[in-house]
Design a protein around this ligand. Structure first.
Ligand code: NAD
Length: 275
């Protein structure tokens, strides 16, 4: 499996496609991550709050794949924003790793007012070499501005809800202007919409002999976005990775760009305050 890499603003490379394990049952995680590694995935996106770091780590260890061929992301949960280093060390312990490739502040939680402090913790962590890259998730422009103003350290990535029905143009432009790579969560709109039945998607699918999911993922990739669609099914892992052997035309891209309804299926980062 050939998966392109994207160069982050710190010089590190990230595989543009991975597997996300949100809502993957801990009891199934080792099998699912093992399947993904066998299929050829090398990038896994987990988080403290997904409660499957240990199971993910077991699959990594059992695979025998050299550590430098893997790209592992985990995230600081909201209740740990005041203790980022301790929380990070516990994540490492559960994963069974000496270092992660990317560590993210999961949500800005503006009501808590602790995101800048958390970010300073991540700056300390990257200084220790135990995270190769650091970034944020669900940060709006105002939350990014605060980090930049207070610390001057630019996140390598911002992981945000992003799909054809919710395209976040202003935020993407702000991130591009600051060299912050975009990771899409819910790249397939979490299977919660009629996205796969939209004409722009079905027409491109018919034209290229690809599935609607492959068209949506290809649209992300052509915008330079990093994706890690979630699936528990091995055949869909294969399907979701088979997106590097065709190209959507400018017209096909424009038709999907026109699907934006600014419709988020997940929480609003300005008010999300689960700790
Ligand atoms: P997703 O858009 O990846 O949708 C997953 C769903 O799409 C699956 O449950 C399945 O129903 C369907 N699907 C997958 N492949 C398919 C295919 N080939 N054909 C048809 N249907 C298919 O949603 P997600 O899991 O929420 O997002 C992906 C990853 O993003 C997560 O696993 C997690 O790693 C990350 N994430 C991060 C945050 C955050 O706050 N940072 C929030 C949600 C998810």
């Amino acid at each position: 499996l050939q998966i392109p890499e994207i160069k982050l603003n710190d010089g590190n490379l990230i595989p543009q496609l991975g597997l996300g394990v949100f809502k993957v049952d801990p009891g199934e995680t080792e099998r699912i991550v093992t399947d993904a590694l066998e299929v050829g995935y090398r990038h896994i996106d987990t988080a403290r709050i997904y409660d499957n770091e240990a199971e993910t780590g077991r699959a990594l260890a059992a695979s025998g794949i050299p550590r430098d061929e893997l790209f592992i992301t985990t995230k600081l949960w909201n209740s740990d924003q005041e203790n980022p280093v301790a929380a990070f060390e516990q994540s490492l312990e559960r994963l069974g790793l000496d270092a992660v490739d990317l560590y993210l502040v999961h949500w800005p939680v503006p009501a808590a007012g602790t995101a800048v402090g958390a970010w300073r913790g991540l700056i300390e962590i990257i200084g220790s070499g135990r995270a190769r890259s650091i970034g944020v998730s669900n940060f709006e422009i105002e939350h990014l501005r605060e980090l930049l103003d207070e610390t001057g350290v630019v996140p390598a990535v911002n992981q945000i809800e992003l799909h054809p029905l919710h395209q976040r143009r202003e935020l993407r432009e702000f991130c591009a202007a600051h060299g912050i790579a975009i990771e899409a969560w819910g790249p397939l709109a979490q299977g919660k919409s009629d996205l796969f039945e939209r004409d722009a998607i079905t027409a491109a699918a018919a034209a290229h002999g690809k599935s609607p999911a492959q068209i949506v993922l290809r649209w992300h990739v052509q915008h330079g976005t990093i994706v890690f669609p979630k699936t528990t099914r091995r055949e869909r892992m294969v399907e979701n990775a088979a997106i590097f052997d065709f190209v959507l035309s400018d017209d096909e891209m424009a038709a999907i760009d026109a699907l934006d309804e600014q419709h988020n299926f997940g929480p609003d980062p300005r008010t999300f305050d689960v700790r």
